[in-house]
Design a protein around this ligand. Structure first.
Ligand code: HEC
Ligand code: HEC
Length: 199
């Protein structure tokens, strides 16, 4: 008799445990799961932000080929400048020979920013000719984005000097077409709502 009651007690406790765990899981799901509305809003915010990534001020340093690009038509960089080892330029054509830590004053003078260079050849972070979906998938992929989480990508575009240069590109160059505040609002929304990529 006593054994039976003990067993009943244990079963009751086990059941209670299961019910409580399930309730907690359900609550967590409701609080944290991405709803279809979240997914749509996240993807939409990325499409808006992608206008910046696809702008020549960003594309010119994130080219598909082996050399930086120049101007609003993204033509190959003059003087046969190439990506070179680590993205720093080749032999006599090191980026830092001409590009300083700030823009040099005057038309057609080299623009500048701290550590002016291309991404390295083994992690080229290509933005040129990418659809918003392709851009998004790349920005989310640690093997192609410098091992970053979506939140860290957002942090990068918030503070990195070479990114901020796009809003202050020097004499004669068109800045990226969206305020940095609005760009950050779109990027933050994208990441916070689950970093969904558009179709
Ligand atoms: C002078 C060249 C240069 C310009 C201009 C530039 N970048 Fe970059 N960018 C780099 C380099 C070099 C890296 C790699 C450094 C690193 O990983 O920390 C990089 C890395 C990144 C990354 C992190 C890697 C990734 O793909 O997630 C993002 C995001 C990014 N850039 C966005 C931009 C945006 C947006 C613009 C334009 C507003 C821009 N960059 C303009 C050189 C540039
Ligand atoms: C021999 C000097 C020299 C070297 C070396 C050099 N550049 Fe330039 N670069 C310039 C000059 C000058 C301009 C401006 C041209 C103009 O505005 O007509 C320029 C413009 C650019 C632009 C265009 C910005 C825009 O959006 O229009 C980018 C990007 C760039 N350089 C990246 C690099 C990178 C990356 C390296 C190294 C791999 C490099 N450059 C090496 C002189 C140089």
């Amino acid at each position: 008799m006593k054994q039976k009651r003990n067993l009943q007690k244990r079963l009751t406790r086990m059941l209670a445990g299961i019910v409580i765990s399930c309730t907690l899981l359900a609550v967590a799901y409701l609080c944290y799961a991405q709803t279809p509305e979240d997914r749509a809003a996240s993807a939409k915010a990325f499409v808006a932000a992608s206008e910046v990534f696809s702008h020549p001020r960003c594309v010119n340093c994130h080219p598909a080929g082996d050399a930086p690009l120049q101007g609003d038509e993204s033509r190959p960089h003059a003087m046969m400048v190439k990506r070179g080892p680590g993205g720093m330029g080749k032999s006599a054509m090191q980026c830092s020979n001409c590009h300083q830590a700030t823009n040099l004053a005057g038309a057609h003078m080299p623009p500048g920013g701290p550590g002016w260079q291309l991404p390295p050849e083994d992690m080229p972070m290509i933005f040129e000719n990418k659809t918003p979906r392709e851009l998004c998938l790349q920005l989310k992929d640690p093997a192609r984005n410098g091992n970053r989480t979506p939140k860290e990508v957002v942090e990068h575009v918030w503070t990195a000097p070479l990114v901020l240069w796009g809003w202050n590109p020097g004499t004669g160059r068109t800045p990226v077409p969206m305020s940095h505040d609005l760009f950050m609002k779109n990027m933050t929304e994208w990441a916070d709502l689950g970093a969904t990529c558009p179709e």
